[in-house]
Design a protein around this ligand. Structure first.
Ligand SMILES: Cc1cc2nc3c(=O)[nH]c(=O)nc-3n(C[C@H](O)[C@H](O)[C@H](O)COP(=O)(O)OP(=O)(O)OC[C@H]3O[C@@H](n4cnc5c(N)ncnc54)[C@H](O)[C@@H]3O)c2cc1C
Length: 440
């Protein structure tokens, strides 16, 4: 009897190092490849944003189109469903008598619940999940995830010498799909700044270009720059969407070290990949606490929301030229350097005195490299409700400007202004005079 399988693509939009798909492909004769565009991503999320902004969506659609092309070369097709994932996948399972379903493991609590919900609905179906988003497999970690070290340094010490599994080669064979209708991938009409192009092909080009240069040997000195294409790897958008495998980056990095020599900079790239890794297991351990005001701590926190300050920060219209320039860059390109993110997040929390979750949610909407674990984990860190043993970070804006934009060229390029904008358009003198209380 024909065995039909369903592979659910999520944050793994690639064919290289695709262990989950490879394992499923070996068990079935017919295969349906599915991606779900969840309508929830476009609805207001309760924190003044939507999960999927225009730049993020552009990058995603490009990545899906690229995946579709790669699948077509293997005689496959991508079924893109614009529907809530559990409903959409349940319908495909029922209609095509699916026997096996596979996907890459996802650190997100909602994504895990979706998987569990399918497991409850279809108890006889064979479920297959593999870690492809992380460097390590969960079972290879030298601790249980609920015993993840409290700080990154402790984590690093424990995993530093752990063997990273080899990246698998690109798939060269997939079982064909059954007879069925496929719909076209949606096309975004609006023209947007295409600084990064979505998809596995563009990701592999960036990987090759980066390691063909000598940028990796200077990474530690350049990584904090606010701009400059080779000052950091720029892998994050492709990593976040899974167009690039973190294990593949790791093996390319080690190859570079063998050929060009290892130094502090090449090692630091690995350290940054470990930061990413730490936040993935941190998200799995802490679940919904990633999104709560007090984070993983129990301490009382400020939950203020000032609509005007929020708008000024989002649109880059604050009294701080560097913050404005960085926010303009984010809104235009969907990307911002790590130092830039630290600066604007610190300003949001410590200068504007706002509830950090609104800033994190705006990043979720705008960043083409939005990665749930890295984003919310880093925001918690700066807000002092996360993994920072020092209890949060407050960056001095004047010092940061002097150090990272001493000539003001970044501020000029991104029109950060002169710093003559007020923080609030009302000051104490403008508050309405309260009428005296009326005697009954
Ligand atoms: C407030 C805030 C929010 C962030 N949100 C995200 C996000 O949504 N998605 C995301 O991928 N990164 C996020 N980061 C981490 C970091 O800023 C980006 O990964 C980095 O700027 C991407 O550029 P790059 O690929 O050139 O990084 P590189 O400096 O070249 O680093 C190589 C890779 O290491 C990882 N990495 C580097 N720094 C960090 C870090 N601090 N935390 C986790 N991983 C890291 C990334 O995967 C990155 O691609 C955030 C940082 C802050 C401070």
């Amino acid at each position: 009897m024909t065995q039909t399988g369903l592979f659910w693509f999520t944050n793994d939009l690639r064919l290289h190092d695709q262990t989950a798909l490879w394992q499923l492909a070996n068990r079935v004769d017919r295969l349906i490849c599915v991606y779900c565009i969840d309508p929830e991503w476009f609805k207001p999320n309760g924190l003044n944003s939507r999960a999927m902004g225009q730049q993020r969506y552009r990058f995603l659609l490009e990545s899906l189109a690229d995946l579709q092309t790669a699948l077509a070369e293997l005689g496959q097709q991508l079924l893109v469903l614009e529907q809530s994932p559990v409903e959409a996948i349940s319908q495909v399972i029922e209609r095509h008598q699916i026997r096996h379903i596979g996907r890459s493991a996802h650190p997100g609590i909602y994504e895990q619940r979706q998987w569990q919900s399918l497991q409850r609905r279809f108890p006889t179906l064979r479920f297959l999940q593999t870690d492809t988003f992380t460097l390590f497999h969960q079972e290879d970690l030298p601790f249980r995830v609920d015993e993840l070290p409290k700080s990154f340094s402790q984590f690093r010490r424990k995993v530093d010498a752990l063997q990273v599994p080899a990246a698998q080669k690109a798939l060269t064979y997939l079982p064909p799909p059954p007879e069925m209708a496929f719909t076209a991938i949606p096309i975004q009409q609006k023209t947007l700044n295409p600084l990064f192009k979505g998809g596995e092909a563009a990701a592999l080009t960036q990987l090759t270009n980066y390691f063909s240069s000598d940028a990796a040997s200077q990474y530690k000195q350049t990584r904090n720059a606010l701009d400059g294409w080779l000052n950091s790897t720029r892998f994050s958008p492709w990593l976040a969407n899974g167009c690039l495998s973190v294990r593949h980056i790791h093996s390319r990095l080690r190859q570079y070290e063998r050929q060009q020599g290892a130094n502090e900079s090449t090692e630091w790239i690995f350290v940054e990949l470990l930061w990413r890794e730490y936040f993935q297991w941190y998200a799995i351990k802490h679940g919904y606490r990633l999104f709560t005001p007090a984070g993983i701590t129990q301490k009382p926190v400020r939950c203020c929301f000032y609509p005007e300050r929020y708008q000024r920060w989002c649109h880059g219209n604050t009294p701080y030229p560097l913050v404005n320039a960085l926010m303009h860059e984010l809104n235009d390109t969907g990307y911002m350097s790590n130092r830039g993110r630290q600066i604007v997040a610190s300003a949001f929390i410590h200068e504007l005195r706002m509830d950090w979750r609104y800033g994190a949610a705006y990043f979720e909407q705008q960043l083409i490299d939005y990665d749930m674990a890295s984003n919310w984990g880093n925001w918690q860190y700066i807000a002092g409700v996360g993994a920072d043993p020092r209890g949060g970070r407050h960056f001095n804006l004047h010092k940061q400007t002097q150090e990272y934009d001493p000539e003001g060229s970044f501020i000029r390029t991104w029109q950060g202004g002169e710093g003559d904008q007020p923080l609030d358009s009302l000051d104490a003198a403008d508050w309405p005079i309260m009428p005296p209380p009326q005697r009954p």
